[in-house]
Ligand binder design. Structure first.
Ligand code: KG4
Ligand code: ZN
Length: 341
């Protein structure tokens, strides 16, 4: 049978994302963002995000259908992010998805946003081989996973014990007077900077033996170290070398992420690594992961830039895998689960 045509809906944070895939083939990926409305608050305001989803949903789905050249009747299934994320924001997407599923009489799949991020790696590529190690780095999560099956068997190896990596980027950007979201701003500010200018701490450096925290991460100490360094420089009246600070901070985050991901591949004898999540848009992370994985003989999959940050295509792609694997639809009885693990 032909690969399933699936529409994916993503509204967990500040992006209204509608994607359409046929199996692993990307047909449309349309995103409306309320980012600019949150910028002056220094972070996403839940109430504003929810209202923005409501306004953006109609135009976004219309644009996605046009881009894909399909109609709603053509769809084989609908997939929607049911969590984790902001409750009010999630409810807009879940409500809209249910309305579509009922009116069109199509099967509906509730999917986990975080698994969706890793699911982005199947789009436009060959099938992923399992087991694989996956590193998920976003604004809310930093998790190292052993994935035996993307749909039914994801084991958590380690995660951040304090701030998420994206959160660290956002906080350090703020400290440097750069706007939200901080990741792309730090990437830009780091151009021409020396990553070895300042030796910032590597939180929870890889312990030698298989002990507690081997695969866990910590970024709050790093953030504090950067804050202290910046403060001292300012107190001394010297000009702040923003490019060096940005490059050195970024180097510390990237070093720890890649070191631990490769260690997990080695320890577990799994020579495959998937990266997913907004922080994977980071230029230095992409470069260092590619270099070190090549040197270690690890096959690396990185989503294209547009599929790293929140989008509907990754949700559609995960939905298509659920359909292909013969999973039963979720029905209409599920809700938005802001704290879905
Ligand atoms: O996955 P995502 O779009 O939303 C969440 O599920 O959290 O990730 C957003 C996070 C933000 O913290 C943002 O600063 C970070 O991803 N980010 C980046 C870059 N682009 C986005 N971090 C580092 N470098 C980037 N180029
Ligand atoms: Zn996300």
């Amino acid at each position: 049978s032909a690969a399933p045509l699936v529409l994916g809906i993503e509204t967990s944070c500040d992006e209204t994302g509608i994607g359409i895939v046929r199996g692993s083939e990307l047909l449309a990926n349309v995103i409306a963002s309320s980012m600019e409305e949150h910028a002056r608050y220094g972070g996403v305001v839940p109430e504003i995000a929810a209202r923005a989803h409501l306004e953006a949903f109609g135009p976004t789905i219309t644009a996605a259908l046009a881009e894909a050249g399909v109609t709603l009747q053509d769809l084989d299934a609908i997939a929607v992010t049911s969590g984790p994320g902001l409750s009010g924001a999630l409810m807009v997407g879940v409500g809209a998805a249910k309305a579509l599923a009922v009116s069109l009489d199509k099967p509906l799949y509730a999917v986990n946003h975080l698994v969706g991020h890793v699911g982005a790696d199947v789009i436009g590529g060959e099938a992923v081989e399992y087991p694989t190690v996956a590193l998920l780095v976003s604004g809310g999560h930093t998790s190292l996973l052993l994935v035996r099956d993307l749909v039914s068997d994801v084991e958590l190896l380690g995660e951040t014990i304090d701030d998420a990596a994206g959160e660290a980027f956002d906080k350090v950007a703020r400290l440097l007077g750069l706007p939200y979201p901080g990741g792309p701003e730090i990437d830009r500010a780091a151009i021409g900077g020396d990553p070895a200018a300042i030796r910032f701490p590597r939180g929870l450096s890889l312990p030698k033996d298989m002990q507690k925290h081997r695969y866990d991460f910590s970024f709050s100490g790093l953030k504090t170290a950067v804050a202290r360094w910046v403060e001292q420089k300012r107190d001394s009246g010297e000009e702040l070398p923003v490019a060096d600070v940005a490059a050195s901070f970024r180097e510390s985050v990237v070093d720890v992420l890649v070191t631990k991901a490769i260690a997990a591949c080695r320890d577990l004898g799994v020579p495959r690594l998937l990266l997913g999540g907004g922080v994977v848009a980071n230029a230095r992370l992409r470069q260092v992961a590619e270099e070190r994985c090549a040197a270690a003989g690890i096959e690396l999959r990185i989503p294209p830039l547009t599929l790293c940050t929140d989008n509907g295509a990754m949700i559609a792609a995960l939905g298509a895998q659920l359909v292909a694997a013969g999973h039963p639809p979720s029905g209409l009885g599920f809700g938005a689960d802001s704290t879905l693990p």
